[in-house]
Design a protein around this ligand. Structure first.
Ligand code: PMP
Length: 428
């Protein structure tokens, strides 16, 4: 039984001493004190099915025994020295991680978060090309450091500080709401215009998620990436895939999100699920791009620390051993089928989308006008929590559910989640 401080006390401490800009889900917030694989437990011992995985971070399962064992063993042996001494963990992990990537993507940089990884990727692109301009997408989320805030395509998180110098936001190739529907090459033609209009004609690069996560699990229109990559490369730029949410098999059909559109980026950034909850981020690039950064020394105190490395290595092993990519394809395919059936019975469901266990459900007041059903989304979200399901929520209008659970979800978990959603929607 829980012997720590009460929920009320924790809330009081949070209000008194924590960053006032952090937010919590639910009017009556949930306090989570235990986790086991796809389940979370509050201080009363009540179990919830986790559909959001600590914001797509707990990839292989909460407190997965093999990851825990690797972390505990490494913690007991050696926690920290930095890369000024040789250590096996960071070297072996760099090999194991880059083995998972196609083409010439063979050099790894380790950092501690997604924002840091994308900061680094932007700098690499600029140094390698000698150009400054970077193209990003409206509705994008790549972090909240000063540089990555400039990439943001959502006002919700932006501060009115100088940011985004040299950054250009292209039209979002959103198949559901975008002006060109699911016609990827049409959006790319607009990017061609943007490059000509807003840059010197030469760019440093283009950064994208393959399914926009914070933006509401929005996949990029079919055929968009091959066309966009060609334009960017013709303008001298490099292509950066942000795999912070879509990597490590989550989309089921591929290990990396970008593979779903048949492209190979020049730089790949990772965080979140890479460490199953431990602070870990990475940038992987080609030897040619990495060589340009070798003009100066580079250092990151916690980057490559043995404990995070041990976690990262265990995550890679577990994904393979438990065939979690295949499970994402199976459980995710079944989830999408069941949600589309639900859509036939609930007019409020405007769109069901995604791949594998990276799924979005958008609620609208009217299927023709697509007016966001903001209040209804909040009500259903709250009700699902009461019924034992912790969904994610997002999108620019806050009217999309994000279902991105630990990758070990089973068919039973899908059935439970869909039944809960069905009940909550029926009660509206
Ligand atoms: N990229 C993507 C796609 C993300 O979803 C996030 C976090 N939501 C980030 C980058 C930033 O990661 P972090 O919060 O670890 O800085």
């Amino acid at each position: 039984a829980w012997t720590g401080p009460s929920k009320e006390e924790v809330l009081r401490l949070r209000k008194a001493h924590l960053n006032p800009a952090i937010f919590h889900h639910f009017k009556k917030p949930v306090m989570i004190v235990d986790g086991k694989m796809q389940y979370l437990f509050d201080e009363t011992g009540r179990r919830y099915l986790d559909a959001f995985a600590g914001i797509v971070t707990v990839s292989v399962g909460h407190c997965h025994p093999e990851v825990n064992k690797a972390v505990i063993e490494q913690t007991q042996r050696l926690q920290h020295t930095t890369t000024i001494y040789l250590n096996d963990q960071v070297a072996e992990y760099a090999k194991e991680l880059t083995d998972k990537l196609p083409g010439d993507l063979k050099v790894a940089y380790f950092v501690n978060s997604g924002s840091e990884a994308n900061d680094m990727a932007m700098m690499m692109a600029r140094l390698y090309t000698g150009a400054h301009d970077i193209v990003t997408l409206r509705n994008a989320y790549h972090g909240l450091s000063e540089a990555t805030m400039g990439l943001l395509g959502q006002h919700t998180w932006k501060y009115p500080v100088p940011q985004g110098f040299g950054v250009h936001h292209a039209l979002n190739p959103n198949p559901y709401r975008g002006v060109f529907g699911n016609d990827g090459p049409a959006y790319a033609r607009d990017m061609e215009d943007l490059i000509k209009a807003a840059t010197p004609g030469r760019v440093a690069g283009f950064i994208h998620e393959t399914i926009q996560g914070v933006g509401g699990a929005v996949p990029l229109a079919d055929g968009y990436l091959p066309a966009a990559y060609k334009l960017i490369r013709d303008a001298g730029g490099v292509c950066i895939a942000d795999e912070v949410q879509t990597g490590f098999g989550r989309t089921g059909s591929a290990y990396w999100g970008f593979q779903n559109q048949g492209v190979i980026p020049d730089i790949v950034t990772m965080a979140k699920g890479i460490g199953n909850g431990l602070p870990l981020g990475a940038v992987v690039t080609t030897p040619e791009i990495a060589a340009v950064l070798a003009q100066r020394l580079h250092f990151n105190t916690f980057g490559g620390n043995p404990v995070s490395m041990a976690a990262g290595r265990a995550v890679l092993r577990v994904i393979d051993q438990e065939q979690l990519q295949g499970n994402c394809a199976q459980a995710g395919g079944y989830l999408l089928d069941r949600l589309r059936q639900l859509q036939e019975r609930h007019d409020i469901i405007g769109d069901v989308r995604g791949k594998g266990l990276m799924v979005g459900v958008e609620l609208v007041k009217d299927r023709q006008t697509k007016e966001p059903a903001v209040q209804e989304t909040a009500t259903v979200f709250e009700r699902c929590k009461d019924l034992g399901l912790l969904l994610g929520k997002g999108g620019l209008h806050g009217n999309a559910f994000r279902i991105k659970p630990p990758m070990c979800w089973t068919k039973d978990d899908v059935n439970f989640a869909v039944a809960v959603l069905d009940q909550a929607l029926s009660e509206l």
